[in-house]
Design a protein around this ligand. Structure first.
Ligand SMILES: Nc1ncnc2c1ncn2[C@@H]1O[C@H](COP(=O)(O)OP(=O)(O)OP(=O)(O)O)[C@@H](O)[C@H]1O
Ligand SMILES: [Mg+2]
Length: 413
């Protein structure tokens, strides 16, 4: 039967890498279709927020939702939030993009220019020099948004991010209303937004939805993102529809592997799929990683369980470097010690569930390290900020990276 050609290997392990088959996300895509339709018709609707662990496919799904919006002639823009970075410039760049998408469908170019003037004013309000206007401008303060119309005055330029976002969003939405569509702003790694920006963003979304204005924010982030949002505004639970993006079930994981293979006339023996699911746990990143290594090692179709067994060490070695190791290296020695203690404890807790890394009480981490809980808070907070762990329920911590505990337990201390 067919030869398995390594050159035609379809799988795509890698952050944000578009998979050859987006498996198991049909419901999310359907929900978003309805959201787009309702928002364009000024029906009350909540924005979507996708949450999940590292490597479950949030970025890829967010990009797919964006394509869906573009397909309906919406204006779209995307930003990736970073810790300690203000929202203003990225939002300006993203809405610039969105309006450029809408412009060709708009009949009045001066309306577009009018909006661009407001957008420029909004963007230029970024980071006024700390010492007041008289202090010498530093290089980054001379940043210019690439907008060739003069900045307007008196709108979206107050310097108060909440007021400015409401005005900017309202104006962007009204351009979209003219063309009968909407504007969608996609925010990846949303948990990294600063508190003031989160709060302003919630307030702006709240205001826009009350006005029935067709602009939505679609977010993606780690599992504690809902907690970050509700800490900023208590009404955020009513503002966003949270969708937990999880590992793929057996059927979806098999489809993620088999559909691209079929297109290359390659098949899997059922036992190979059993073993691949056991290894990947259905986590999309792992599905791609094991799929890729297995393909490279399989001489011919159908791919067998023996092929998977031969390939697995290579997949694991690559994951150890690219998926786990690169993250572990971001931690300081004290933070690593904290995570090792978590790993040892989560192993004990896991025994009953099929979850490899259960959440562990922070008090237990402290006890196992023989320290006072308060003395470990800096390490814990730094790990949360680095996106390596999160606190789902009060007083507990868990890894954001699936199978991370198991990885740490195999590493020499
Ligand atoms: N539905 C899916 N079916 C098959 N493969 C998928 C699916 N979703 C994502 N993948 C694959 O999983 C990997 C991780 O996807 P992605 O980068 O979107 O995850 P993420 O949740 O954004 O991770 P992170 O939190 O690290 O940013 C990629 O290699 C992608 O191709
Ligand atoms: Mg991502």
């Amino acid at each position: 039967m067919a030869y398995v050609d390594p050159v035609r290997n379809p799988y795509a392990p890698g952050a944000g890498q578009r998979p050859p088959e987006l498996a198991g996300r049909g419901r999310e895509l359907e929900v978003f279709d309805v959201v787009l339709e309702r928002v364009a018709r000024s029906r009350p609707e909540r924005s979507l927020v996708l949450t999940g662990l590292r490597g479950v496919g949030k970025t890829v799904l967010l990009n797919t939702l964006r394509s869906q919006a573009i397909g309906r002639l919406w204006g779209t823009g995307k930003i990736e939030a970073r810790p300690d970075q203000s929202l203003r410039r990225p939002v300006a760049a993203a809405l610039h993009m969105a309006i450029r998408e809408l412009a060709p469908h708009h009949r009045a170019p001066d309306r577009i220019d009018e909006f661009l003037g407001v957008l420029k004013a909004f963007a230029l309000r970024a980071n006024p020099p700390a010492g007041g206007r008289s202090s010498a401008p530093r290089l980054r303060d001379r940043w210019q948004p690439g907008i060739d119309v003069p900045a307007a005055t008196g709108r979206a330029d107050s310097g108060d991010i909440e007021i400015d976002l409401v005005e900017l969003f309202t104006d962007a939405a009204s351009v979209a209303t003219d063309v009968g569509t909407g504007v969608a702003l996609f925010i990846d790694e949303m948990q990294d937004l600063g508190a003031a920006d989160v709060s302003a963003l919630c307030a702006a979304c709240h205001e826009l939805s009350q006005l029935g204005a067709p602009l939505i924010v679609v977010g993606a982030g780690l599992p504690h993102l809902p907690a970050v949002l509700s800490a900023a505004k208590s009404y955020s639970e009513r503002l966003f529809r949270y969708q937990r993006i999880d590992r793929l079930d057996r059927i979806a994981a098999d489809r993620a592997l088999c559909a691209p293979a079929e297109r290359e006339d390659v098949a899997y023996e059922p036992k190979a799929l059993d073993l691949l699911y056991e290894k990947s746990g259905g986590y999309p990143y792992f599905v791609q990683a094991y799929g890729k290594a297995t393909w490279d090692h399989a001489p011919r179709s159908p791919i067998t369980a023996a092929d998977v067994r031969v390939a697995a060490p290579e997949a694991e070695a690559e994951l150890a470097v690219g998926f786990f190791g690169s993250r572990f290296e971001r931690a300081t020695p004290a933070e690593r010690e904290y995570m090792r203690a978590m790993a040892a404890l989560s192993h004990v807790e896991e025994s009953s569930s099929d979850d490899l890394d259960a959440a562990v009480p922070t008090a237990d981490v402290a006890r196992s390290l023989g320290r006072k809980p308060a003395s470990l808070s800096p390490a814990r907070d730094a790990l949360i900020k680095k996106g390596l762990i999160y606190s789902g329920e009060r007083g507990t911590v868990a890894f954001t990276v699936p199978h991370f505990g198991r990885y740490l337990r195999t590493q020499p201390g």
